[in-house]
Design a protein around this ligand. Structure first.
Ligand SMILES: *[C@@H]1O[C@H](CO)[C@@H](O)[C@H](O)[C@H]1NC(C)=O
Ligand SMILES: *[C@@H]1O[C@H](CO)[C@@H](O)[C@H](O)[C@H]1NC(C)=O
Ligand SMILES: *[C@@H]1O[C@H](CO)[C@@H](O)[C@H](O)[C@H]1NC(C)=O
Ligand SMILES: *[C@@H]1O[C@H](CO)[C@@H](O)[C@H](O)[C@H]1NC(C)=O
Ligand SMILES: *[C@@H]1O[C@H](CO)[C@@H](O)[C@H](O)[C@H]1NC(C)=O
Ligand SMILES: *[C@@H]1O[C@H](CO)[C@@H](O)[C@H](O)[C@H]1NC(C)=O
Ligand SMILES: *[C@@H]1O[C@H](CO)[C@@H](O)[C@H](O)[C@H]1NC(C)=O
Length: 344
């Protein structure tokens, strides 16, 4: 009896004081040299409580952890990267689980059972650039208001929300964030991006909505977009007045007609300035050239036979009368500076 309880005490002591090492290679392991902390395998069922304070990288993969509790990682002030992947049973990441991680610059949460987007508002990173990968979480359906506010005061260079179960992006979803590239690609049920989803946000400059079921674009964010990728979005039949795409330089669309519309529209725009005729302008004034002279739109479809004879017959198109709608007469004859009018 005495031996048994002593043994139990020793085991307990070991777990308390040398927990990570004790758990062995199929569980959690800290590496003091690389300052990384790895939890791998289905023997891990609880969030470990003894992560060395100087850890810069945490990886949690293939575990059976169901909940990331409050303050799970909030004492790790040096943390730069978090990687949570292939945790199918993970149901919830509580608010403050990731709090005060001022040095955090990269976070991946992929292939989990999460049903709602965790509260990231307490992360408060001050890293200059931030990369956020939230991918393959089949049960996350909604991007709510202020979803990424408080995550970082820097720029989210890439926000990858690809292949989740997202059906809806709510009003003010990106409020309080500065985003360079936003990927919503592969959310096949995604029908709606609220027209005010980007209210209070800066960016994005790049938007990928390929393989979604979106039927209209949130117009008030299109003005600053430089690249739009909308491949296999068969529901997107209508484009807003092309004048709202003020900064667009490249686009990939499902429908050839959309690209033809852009080609023609932009071409006319870019021949506006007579200085562009000066063959030395490209070398001498590269910024001016970039702004005013470049053949701005490129696309897969631009060399398609559809675009050769313009305007082509709506009948030539496989789906709907696209060009006749997209290229409203007001577009072709009005000068550039007129107020945008909605073609729909
Ligand atoms: C820690 O990582 C370094 C570099 O990858 C490796 O050489 C070393 O063996 C690791 N230590 C442990 C205890 O795993
Ligand atoms: C990090 O802290 C652990 C103990 O908590 C220590 O063993 C390790 O040497 C430290 N690593 C560095 C790079 O300071
Ligand atoms: C975060 O930092 C603030 C101020 O330094 C502190 O009051 C708060 O308790 C911290 N939160 C967590 C979860 O550590
Ligand atoms: C947008 O974010 C700001 C802070 O960045 C906040 O004050 C405001 O209430 C938010 N707007 C909405 C509609 O949630
Ligand atoms: C547009 O689509 C083509 C063909 O799929 C691809 O080669 C090209 O890289 C795409 N461009 C962008 C900007 O995605
Ligand atoms: C630019 O040059 C082309 C021929 O190279 C000419 O047809 C066109 O009128 C010129 N445009 C202007 C604005 O000078
Ligand atoms: C572009 O300009 C040509 C010739 O000036 C004109 O025929 C065509 O309708 C214009 N297209 C658009 C979309 O403005």
């Amino acid at each position: 009896m005495v031996w048994a309880s002593m043994l139990r005490f020793m085991l307990y002591w070991l777990m308390m004081h040398a927990g990570d090492v004790f758990l062995g290679s199929d569980a959690c392991l800290a590496n003091g040299t690389t300052r990384s902390f790895l939890c791998v395998g289905n023997k891990v069922q609880l969030m470990p409580y003894q992560i060395p304070k100087n850890t810069t990288y945490v990886e949690i993969r293939l575990t059976q952890i169901i909940i990331f509790p409050r303050k799970a990682m909030s004492s790790l002030h040096d943390l730069k990267r978090i990687m949570v992947s292939e945790n199918g049973v993970l149901q919830r990441i509580e608010a403050y689980a990731f709090a005060n991680l001022t040095k955090l610059e990269e976070m991946t949460i992929s292939n989990t059972g999460l049903k709602v987007l965790p509260d990231f508002s307490k992360v408060q990173s001050t890293a200059f650039e931030f990369l956020f990968d939230l991918e393959d979480n089949m049960h996350i359906e909604l991007i709510p208001s202020n979803a990424f506010a408080g995550l970082t005061s820097g720029t989210i260079t890439e926000l990858r929300l690809t292949k989740n179960g997202i059906t809806d992006v709510d009003t003010n979803a990106f409020n309080g964030s500065r985003i360079e590239k936003l990927f919503l690609m592969g959310n096949q049920q995604l029908k709606r991006i609220h027209n005010y989803a980007f209210l209070g946000a800066e960016g994005p400059l790049v938007l990928d909505i390929s393989h979604t079921a979106i039927s209209s674009l949130p117009e008030n964010m299109l003005r600053r977009l430089k690249l739009l990728i909308a491949k296999s979005v068969y529901t997107l039949r209508w484009l807003p007045n092309l004048e709202v795409f003020a900064e667009l330089t490249q686009a990939n669309f499902t429908y050839p007609s959309h690209c033809c519309a852009f080609k023609n529209f932009k071409k006319n725009k870019s021949t506006k300035n007579h200085l562009c005729n000066d063959s030395t302008i490209r070398n001498q004034e590269p910024y001016f050239f970039e702004e005013h002279c470049k053949e701005v739109i490129e696309s897969l479809f631009f060399h398609s036979p559809h675009c050769l004879q313009f305007p082509f017959q709506p009948k030539q198109l496989s789906r709907g009368h696209l060009c006749s709608e997209v290229l409203h007469p007001s577009l072709t004859h009005k000068p550039m500076h007129t107020a945008p009018t909605n073609v729909r």
